[in-house]
Design a protein around this ligand. Structure first.
Ligand code: HEM
Length: 221
């Protein structure tokens, strides 16, 4: 299979996989199939899907470095955008059903409950990343685009803290996400990302970091 076909197949799998929870939820809303507490189900599945997709977004660069298969980077932007849309839907459900469109209540809740504060911060970090994900912005921002888009690590970290803080009893799953995130953060670091160059030769850690930014900037799409 050519690289282009492989990317196309992966993109197709991504669209099917990422749209499935949304379709399932819309179907559940329309048919009353979301159980006794539909709002809880909607919040749960949109939040969980957003977090999983954020983790997948973060795993693409390390995967690219480990496998040396550059075309995989083209999946990063669509996965990240899907993560953003689920996070936005998750926020929307809370704003519509919990806050009943009341901005005053919304601001009070953001100020009072720390897990809401960090959840909101995660969403706000994702907004400029989603807005600047177009080809025009990638061109306009140049090298700064790669730097800005490292914000996805901040958003994922805030998302995991949000999840850890909201869970009341069994924190095993949030801790598993935290462990996964820690691995991805370490894998992302240029020092650990590729075999060390032989003394006196090969690319430096800084060069590898630059190359990754370039690859994401140029190849994305
Ligand atoms: C990137 C952003 C976010 C991510 C990844 C995220 C993720 C999650 C996850 C994984 C859950 C747990 C689902 C469950 O097991 O039931 C959750 C629950 C929740 N999130 Fe978020 N969230 C984000 C942003 C937000 C925002 C912006 C708000 C509102 C301002 C929010 C409000 C809530 C609420 C109210 C719950 C349910 C809490 C409960 O069960 O008591 N989240 N979120």
């Amino acid at each position: 299979m050519t690289a282009q076909r492989a990317v196309l197949a992966l993109k197709l799998a991504l669209w099917v996989g990422a749209l499935a929870p949304g379709i399932r939820l819309v179907h559940g809303v329309l048919t009353g199939g979301l159980g006794a507490n539909p709002i809880e189900m909607l919040t749960h599945w949109t939040g969980m899907t957003a977090l999983v997709l954020l983790m997948i977004t973060l795993s693409i660069t390390p995967l690219r470095r480990i496998t040396g298969w550059n075309p995989i980077i083209r999946l990063r932007r669509p996965v990240g955008l899907f993560a953003f849309f689920y996070a936005l839907a998750h926020f929307g459900i809370w704003f519509v059903f919990d806050m009943v469109f009341n901005v005053r209540w919304m601001l009070d809740d953001i100020a009072e409950r720390r897990f809401i504060t960090v959840g909101m911060a995660a969403l706000l970090v994702l907004v400029p990343l989603a807005v600047t994900s177009t080809r025009g912005w990638i061109r306009r921002l140049g090298k700064r685009w790669g730097k800005l888009h490292r914000g996805v690590y901040v958003a994922a970290t805030l998302g995991v803290v949000h999840y850890y803080w909201l869970v009341k009893a069994d924190v095993r799953l949030p801790l598993a996400f935290a462990a996964g995130l820690a691995v991805l953060l370490v894998a992302r670091h240029p020092r650990f990302a590729a075999p060390r160059p032989a003394p006196g030769g090969g690319r430096s850690a800084a060069q590898r970091e630059e190359d990754d930014v370039d690859a994401e900037r140029v190849r994305i799409g």
